[in-house]
Design a protein around this ligand. Structure first.
Ligand SMILES: [Zn+2]
Length: 473
């Protein structure tokens, strides 16, 4: 398949032809989300935000600008982000008294406000989220959706009474993201990042790395336990039940919307175009009448009847009865947009009051009675989602290969795969792995305990972790 041989070209053509994103905006790293793409994004956010609401998070919207003095308060955080922030320094001809920056992430926008709002244990936990764009001046080559200077995400920030409560929150966040990613049929590894690669200001970071056809993993979500680091910097304290004043313990987590849609395209789509999980498809069913001279009126009328019936069931359906394209051209067109189920209605279907269903993943056909249409559509939705998930899981399995020595590690990375490696946890060995293979240690799994069965791949001392090594976006 082209996507495994020439990923970039294949990916660019899909995002352009399926109306996801137009990358020709005249500022590098900034792009226009077009209608089909933006509709998909709205559906993804709907699933995520509903889950956040259900678990006690509340929506808010913080400003895009952060004052310099707030940004510099947490010393690790500023070290991590200072090289990539966009500064706002002027208003017209005047120089601003206080420099502002565009949020690269919102800890330093939110936490000064948290310090005002949190007074006592009764104000905790506080769980806030927002879906916004963030700005980072990436110095590496930008890539549409995968590495942009403006990208969309949802970020959640929480404050708690204790480390234990924050730890529980980390796991709740992992479960929320798992739930949403599963609804999207995605496959990924949930990895605790090595300390040298954790979020700037965090005690530790856990990330979701989705596989990509070119072997470069795509970080689609992250969850961080911030401990008391920001609480100390921003003086976020509360009065506990016993009257003592304590720092809150915080977590934050980010869901990379732009990268999630990139993962959906990269994992599910094929040489015909996009393939969308039914939950997020802007159009779930496309009806195409197959008309011949002499039967046009009857077939179109029957197609309309089918359309009305499906629409009344709350399914997102569209009837393409335009006469400027042949049925074959319409098949091709809607395949590009990834509509999960196609219905063909021809003269024979009309005479026998049947319809023909075709699924987008395997292009399998099934002829059913008019009265059974909705039941079979729903069944096909489930099959499409299941097939996408199974296929994606299978590919992830095939991409992961055990590296027994440095030669095999180098070869695995060169072959655009993910290496499974035993590591002693020393940074010197991590640096050697990067130098010698070109891949980086992404971390160890937190959802499955893996005991190293071999010594460290570099120094041959006792290994402490089984880690995954790959190139990354
Ligand atoms: Zn070692």
């Amino acid at each position: 398949m082209k996507k495994f041989e020439n990923f970039s070209e294949w990916f660019d053509s899909i995002i352009f032809n399926a109306d996801i994103l137009d990358n020709r905006y005249p500022v590098k790293g900034f792009a226009v989300y077009k209608t089909w793409g933006f509709r998909i994004i709205k559906r993804i956010l709907e699933i995520l935000e509903q889950k956040l609401d259900e678990t006690g998070h509340v929506p808010m919207l913080f400003p895009v600008v952060i004052p310099e003095d707030a940004f510099v308060k947490e010393s690790e955080h500023i070290k991590g982000f200072s090289s990539e922030v966009f500064w706002v320094t002027h208003a017209g001809e005047r120089t601003l008294d206080k420099k502002l920056l565009l949020r690269p992430t919102s800890e330093t926008a939110m936490y000064p406000m948290f310090a005002l709002w949190i007074r006592s244990h009764a104000d905790l936990p506080l769980k806030v989220y927002q879906s916004v764009a963030v700005y980072r001046y990436e110095t590496k080559a930008t890539r549409p959706l995968l590495r942009m200077r403006e990208f969309l995400w949802n970020e959640a920030h929480t404050a708690h009474r204790s480390w234990e409560e924050a730890e529980k929150q980390v796991w709740e966040a992992i479960e929320i993201y798992n739930y949403v990613f599963k609804r999207l049929s995605l496959s990924y590894l949930i990895l605790r990042r090595p300390d040298f690669d954790k979020f700037a200001g965090a005690v530790y970071s856990i990330a979701f790395d989705a596989w990509n056809p070119d072997g470069r993993v795509n970080q689609i979500g992250t969850v961080h336990n911030l401990g008391e680091n920001f609480a100390k910097a921003f003086n976020i304290t509360y009065e506990d039940v016993d009257g003592t004043h304590k720092n809150v313990v915080q977590t934050c987590y980010g869901f990379g919307v732009s990268r999630v849609i990139a993962a959906i395209i990269a994992q599910h789509s094929d040489d015909h175009g996009l393939i969308l999980p039914p939950d997020i498809a802007p159009i779930q069913v496309i009806i195409i009448p197959i008309v011949y001279k002499g039967t046009t009126a009857e077939v179109n009328a029957y197609a309309r009847e089918v359309y009305e019936m499906i629409k009344n069931e709350g399914i997102r359906v569209h009837l393409d009865d335009s006469d400027d394209k042949t049925p074959g051209e319409k098949f091709y067109y809607w395949e590009m947009f990834g509509v999960p189920v196609r219905i063909e209605v021809g003269p024979r279907d009309q005479r026998e009051r049947k319809i023909t269903l075709v699924d987008r993943v395997n292009l399998r056909r099934r002829v059913v009675n008019f009265g059974d249409t909705v039941r079979f559509i729903k069944e096909m939705f489930n099959e499409v989602a299941k097939n996408l998930e199974e296929r994606s899981q299978q590919t992830l399995k095939e991409l992961i290969i055990d590296a027994s020595d440095m030669n095999s590690l180098g070869e695995i990375i060169r072959n655009r795969k993910i290496a499974r490696v035993c590591w002693c946890e020393n940074i010197e060995c991590a640096e050697k792995i990067r130098e010698l293979s070109g891949g980086e240690i992404r971390g160890y799994r937190v959802d499955v305990e893996e005991k190293p069965e071999k010594p460290c791949i570099i120094c041959e001392r006792t290994a402490r972790r089984v880690v995954y090594v790959a190139k990354a976006y």
